[in-house]
Design a protein around this ligand. Sequence first.
Ligand code: 13P
Length: 237
Amino acid sequence: MKIFAANWKMYKSPQETREFFAQLLLPAQSQLVLVFPPALCVESAIESTKGTQIKIGVQNISSKSEGALTGENSASVAMSMGCEYALVGHSERRSLFAESDSVLNQKVKFAQDIGMRCVFCIGETLEQRKSGQTFEVLKNQLQLGLKDVKSEKLIIAYEPVWAIGTGLTATPQQAQETQSQVVTWLNENGFSGAPVLYGGSVKPDNAKELIQQKSISGFLIGGASLNPESFAQICQS
Ligand code: 13P
């Protein structure tokens, strides 16, 4: 089953969230559709998608259930509201919010302890790709981020940093080549069967060719997921 995940980042209000779902027409196929709205829109997203195939997740979680942690999102509370999924390790969290591999590891473990399913993101910068370090970087992120993590329910998202929001997409061959190395690592390290999504400037016009690649189990989509038509087109690919 292919997975289509929308990461809205810090876009949309509760009202815009309701409008999006009112306009979204998904193909009646068996696929897993996930939407990660901003935390302030989670409640309206859950209300708008009741009784549909769409699952709602949070873009960031704390590794603690509660505490003196101003501004953080409790995964336990998100779960109780109906969020079954969390994004962990997005490159924007790693670079703009200085989330280290060990912090991310604690987040994944905490989410798993309470039964939440994580989409764990990895990716290399352009500099790292140009200097031939891509797989070393990804392997390091996987090794540290998934230390002592259970394989059940885990989803990986490969998002080359240079392809995020830039309009530059990894070619289907580049994505396939890198993701097959990730799949091999997962198989050899007790995570066989974990789906690996591709993210980075996925659009309706490049989705078809990318989704045909053997090691791509679905997409994590930013910009193109904000529009109900383009998101639905990608889900049809
Ligand atoms: P874009 O699809 O806008 O490049 O964003 C990708 C992304 O970061 C999804 O998490």
